[in-house]
Design a protein around this ligand. Structure first.
Ligand SMILES: Cc1cc2nc3c(=O)[nH]c(=O)nc-3n(C[C@H](O)[C@H](O)[C@H](O)COP(=O)(O)OP(=O)(O)OC[C@H]3O[C@@H](n4cnc5c(N)ncnc54)[C@H](O)[C@@H]3O)c2cc1C
Length: 295
């Protein structure tokens, strides 16, 4: 099957791309790495009048530190994220999340902005971004806004981005104190989308108690979800409480995980509880082994 006909533009500047999208409200769409959009177009599951290729807009790519934040351009390729030293130092959860994404050919083309804007409920980056309290810079022709990741992704393949807006960058706060992370997933084969996955990110205070906990599941609901009751149970503790594993099982059992050809919702929630419990243990071990403040 071939895509339905559409106009194609490949601007060099962000302003030009925003102008093109604003001129045809609701009819245009951005092309990033094309790893999700191109198959959808080819299968005619998506149709558009104008494809705005962001590939030549150099200002949308790259990783830098801006005061107390890490700033990752929306067009930064997943392969670069996997090896970038600043990300490795300040957001190693993202480095590790990248290893679970498809295969190297996909990571060579796929971008972080494309993954977040696509909002696949089984994708790793939305979950990692949630665990890291990421925020997004969003631009339209008529202005800019900054939103937390929790307000970007609304549900499966649904975001709060307006049709004339673009994701410009992902901002991750740098943390004082020692942090540990873990991300893991259950998939049929390496490189497949996760049936279900989890991420944990813990930051310790000067007494070695957990000052900040993020516990996230993906593939277990309409989008990546934080588990606030588990986060609250961990906060202030120096050890993982004895009741935690059982509470993880309860928290996962309370979710409405989807059933599809790959796995039943019941299977997904059954494996999600022990998965999250393991991830938290592992994140805590890692946080304790971090030698110095990350700043
Ligand atoms: C075989 C295969 C296996 C895969 N396995 C995984 C996996 O295990 N885990 C995983 O997470 N992903 C997986 N993917 C998807 C891959 O990660 C994609 O790269 C990603 O989902 C989309 O990124 P992209 O840059 O290719 O975006 P595109 O496909 O170009 O775009 C995706 C959507 O985002 C929009 N968009 C892109 N950039 C912007 C922007 N800056 N602002 C606003 N909207 C934007 C587009 O308009 C489109 O709607 C797989 C893909 C394939 C083909």
């Amino acid at each position: 099957v071939k895509p339905a006909p559409f106009d194609y533009a490949s601007p060099d500047r962000l302003e030009e791309a925003l102008e093109l999208l604003a001129e045809r409200p609701g009819a245009g769409r951005a092309l990033a790495g094309g790893q999700s959009l191109v198959p959808l177009l080819a299968l005619r599951m998506a149709r558009l009048d104008l494809l705005v290729d962001l590939g030549n807009i150099t200002e949308l790519s790259g990783v830098k530190r801006d005061r107390d934040e890490l700033v990752i351009g929306a067009m930064t390729r997943q392969a670069q994220i996997a090896t970038d030293p600043l990300i490795g130092q300040h957001a190693p959860l993202l480095t590790e999340a990248t290893r679970h994404i498809g295969h190297f050919q996909i990571r060579n083309r796929g971008t972080i902005g494309g993954s977040l804007a696509h909002a696949d409920p089984t994708a790793e980056y939305p979950a990692a971004a949630l665990a890291l309290d990421a925020e997004l810079d969003v631009r339209g022709r008529d202005g800019a806004r900054r939103i937390p990741i929790g307000e970007l992704i609304l549900g499966p393949y649904m975001t709060s981005l307006r049709s004339e807006e673009l994701l410009v960058s992902v901002r991750i706060p740098l943390r004082a104190g020692r942090s540990g992370h873990a991300i893991e997933e259950i998939a049929r084969r390496p490189g497949d989308f996760a049936l279900v996955g989890g991420a944990a990110h813990l930051t310790l205070d000067h007494r070695d108690a957990i000052a900040r906990a993020r516990v996230v599941l993906f593939g277990a609901g309409p989008k990546a979800l934080r588990l606030p009751a588990l986060e609250d149970e961990l906060t202030g503790q120096t050890e993982v409480p004895d009741t935690f594993a059982e509470n993880c099982r309860h928290a996962a059992a309370g979710l409405t995980a989807p059933t599809d050809a790959q796995a039943s919702g019941e299977y997904r929630t059954r494996v999600a509880g022990p998965l999250v419990s393991r991830l938290v243990e592992s994140a805590l071990r890692r946080a304790r082994n971090v030698e110095s403040d990350v700043r």
